[in-house]
Design a protein around this ligand. Sequence first.
Ligand SMILES: *[C@@H]1O[C@H](CO)[C@@H](O)[C@H](O)[C@H]1NC(C)=O
Ligand SMILES: *[C@@H]1O[C@H](CO)[C@@H](O)[C@H](O)[C@H]1NC(C)=O
Ligand SMILES: *[C@@H]1O[C@H](CO)[C@@H](O)[C@H](O)[C@H]1NC(C)=O
Ligand SMILES: *[C@@H]1O[C@H](CO)[C@@H](O)[C@H](O)[C@H]1NC(C)=O
Ligand SMILES: *[C@@H]1O[C@H](CO)[C@@H](O)[C@H](O)[C@H]1NC(C)=O
Length: 420
Amino acid sequence: MQKFSVTMERVVLILLLLLPLCCGHSEYQGKVMTYYSLETYSDGAVLMEFHYRSNSKTCVSHRHWCPDDGCLTISFTTTPIDYSPEGFCQVDSIWTRNSSSEAPFKMVLYSDTLWSSPIANGVVTAGASILVELRKRSDTGQANRCPQTTILPVFRVPYNCPRDIQLLSFDPDGDLVQCRFANDEIDPTECANCTLPSVLSLSSPCTLSFSASSSSSSQGRYAVQLAMEDFPRTQITLSQTNGQQEVKDTTTGISKIPVQFLFAVESAAPSCTSGLFLPTFVTPTPAHGTQINLPVKKTMNLYIAAQASEATVTELVFSGPSNMTEIGSGGQYILSWTPTDTELGQSHPVCFSAQAALNASKYSSELRCVVVNVGNEALKSALVKKIRMELVKRGMIDTVTASLKHLNSTLKVQEPSFCN
Ligand SMILES: *[C@@H]1O[C@H](CO)[C@@H](O)[C@H](O)[C@H]1NC(C)=O
Ligand SMILES: *[C@@H]1O[C@H](CO)[C@@H](O)[C@H](O)[C@H]1NC(C)=O
Ligand SMILES: *[C@@H]1O[C@H](CO)[C@@H](O)[C@H](O)[C@H]1NC(C)=O
Ligand SMILES: *[C@@H]1O[C@H](CO)[C@@H](O)[C@H](O)[C@H]1NC(C)=O
Ligand SMILES: *[C@@H]1O[C@H](CO)[C@@H](O)[C@H](O)[C@H]1NC(C)=O
């Protein structure tokens, strides 16, 4: 704790006021914010991109007022990623910033927006912050990357069914990712009202558990506010172009992102067995945590199938890159996405859950997430194949098979899947 506050004092604070583009001031339902470094200049400046994904009742988008030097004109999208007529919507905004140095900074996201009431754990004001770390890492030789995750427009469970929600916690640098509930004693900017959702417990690294209840009194909508941090697996040094350095050991967090969402505890299901009322995923739905390698300008099609024998599968709720599209119905869905050149080297999370309906009740499947790695791994794979073909052509294949295998495993090559 002491170590943390000492570090924080050296971190520049940036205050960012978020203004809803329209109307609603009491309809906030969560957010997740991540960042990517796009380019580091020789003077130490870093061009970076923030991805701000926010949930609301009526698709409110946020423009921001940035009092700081380095904000460039902002390209934000107002197109909803996903929208449900029940009042769960997710929109994505992308902001770029030209930071004058790689020095870490904390951005406090001020907003006059309130959580959509009623919130069962009494949370009113939406508050959050992000700790950005872009210094060059001694282990990768590149700017640090933050953990990657995403949230759905809504998570719902019947009050009588236990449920573990394994949030995606992926770090492109291979760091250990840990979640904890936002806590104003650790950092007063993480949350404005920090009351915990009593119905959920959190276990390492990032699993939320809901314990079933026999009483309907746990029903309601809870505000879940988490901080997701990355910790190096061995001691590393972070360096700036101006020569300044800082050592991070396995107990000191590197960066920190806010993860906030609405957790809805609803009426009892006649059965908690998945595949009956609660939909279940079946083949060819990819397993939770699957890594997909996708070259730029190639289209990925993610095939998802869900079943519920006693209810009707009505929709797929998902969260992915802004331009991801969904087609399908009746339990068969395809999520498609084509990354552009600017997304080369980035890892994008995609999470989804199937919804089923019976009478007035709605039931959600488990949460599934995959990570799409744009470019790098796919390029390595193509490179290994090309070398191999060249060697076969020259009749040298036997002597080099072993070293090629070694090269392949060193590069951690996976064949691209799901792309065509
Ligand atoms: C960012 O700032 C650096 C100088 O610090 C400059 O060279 C570069 O052109 C700027 N990038 C953009 C996109 O404005
Ligand atoms: C919620 O947070 C706001 C802003 O910090 C504060 O003014 C308000 O008193 C808090 N409300 C509760 C119920 O804690
Ligand atoms: C989404 O697609 C539109 C139209 O093709 C394009 O102009 C925009 O840059 C894309 N946005 C992102 C974030 O890739
Ligand atoms: C759904 O509605 C039908 C017809 O009203 C009723 O017979 C059935 O018990 C209801 N099912 C559930 C699970 O509530
Ligand atoms: C590289 O390794 C992967 C599995 O790790 C394997 O599927 C692939 O065929 C290998 N590629 C080559 C060119 O050896």
